[in-house]
Ligand binder design. Structure first.
Ligand code: NAD
Length: 249
């Protein structure tokens, strides 16, 4: 049912990890996918794999975000789907957190999201059509984790932004939704160390970490023209990790 043939999609942070899974799923569904990332080497490799396109993008650079989105529209005539997925998650305990630690995470995850989404919304409003999909997290909006206070704040902030954006753009045929991944096995997650990964496997009901493509399929759902009546909403993709269990015995 979800055929994205003819759709132009832009995925930030699409060179690696979850972004790459989103790129692959959108491409499998028929979309032409453009990857915006600071990682030129892997961005080009991923683009080549899906017969897509790579463009250098640092989401913290507002002028560059504007230029890149405008270039996509000039070259392809439209932008149907934006997946704002770029994010970092370094762990720092609150007492040790410097202003620079705070700013870096908020700048990339929250301000960078705003810079890209703002440009895409302008285009989508003119087209009277668009799908904006944010990669948020369960951490922040639903759960917490020691060392991720700044990260959680950025991810909860994304959802606050999403709800207002959904309301502002609903009358222009644009939906704005978010995916909340649990623990998905990416280079970013591997950086938390084997003890974290193993501990997580134990507590996820499936006893498995998620794969990037699991997030990709949720992006296809929100990216489809058929899901036009869903806006300002979230899908949790976490293998059931956040579900509270009934006490046993
Ligand atoms: P990752 O580190 O594997 O990939 C992140 C990508 O973003 C990389 O390609 C990197 O080059 C790119 N990037 C970093 N800074 C950038 C910048 N300034 N401009 C443009 N691109 C930049 O991370 P991931 O695990 O794939 O995470 C992707 C998204 O999913 C993030 O928003 C993260 O918060 C979210 N998320 C991940 C998990 C998980 O378990 N992996 C869970 C919940 C949410």
């Amino acid at each position: 049912m979800f055929d994205l043939t003819g759709q132009i999609a832009f995925v930030t942070g699409g060179a690696n990890g979850i972004g790459k899974g989103i790129v692959e799923a959108l491409s499998q569904a028929g979309a032409f996918v453009i990857i915006g990332d600071i990682d030129e080497e892997n961005g080009k490799k991923t683009a080549e794999k899906v017969n897509g396109q790579y463009v250098y993008l640092d989401v913290t650079n507002q002028a560059l975000c504007e230029k890149v989105v405008n270039q996509i529209v000039e070259e392809h005539g439209k932008l149907n789907i934006l997946c704002s997925n770029t994010g970092i998650f370094p762990q720092v305990m609150i007492e040790d957190m410097t202003e620079s630690d705070w700013n870096k995470t908020i700048d990339i995850n929250l301000k960078g999201m705003f810079f890209v989404v703002q440009q895409a919304l302008k285009v989508m409003k003119k087209q009277n059509y668009g799908r904006v999909i944010l990669t948020s997290s369960v951490t922040g909006p639903i759960t917490g984790y020691p060392g991720w206070a700044h990260y959680g704040a950025s991810k909860a902030g994304q959802l606050g932004f999403m709800r207002s954006a959904a309301l502002e753009y609903a009358k222009f045929g644009v939906t704005v939704n978010a995916i909340q991944p649990g623990n998905i096995l990416t280079e970013g997650l591997k950086a938390q160390g084997e003890a974290y990964l193993e501990g997580t496997r134990q507590i996820v009901p499936t006893h498995e970490l998620g794969e990037p493509i699991d997030i990709g399929y949720a992006a296809v759902f929100f990216g489809a023209k058929e899901t036009k009546y869903i806006t300002g909403q979230c899908i949790v993709v976490d293998g059931g990790q956040i579900l509270p269990e009934e006490p046993s015995g």
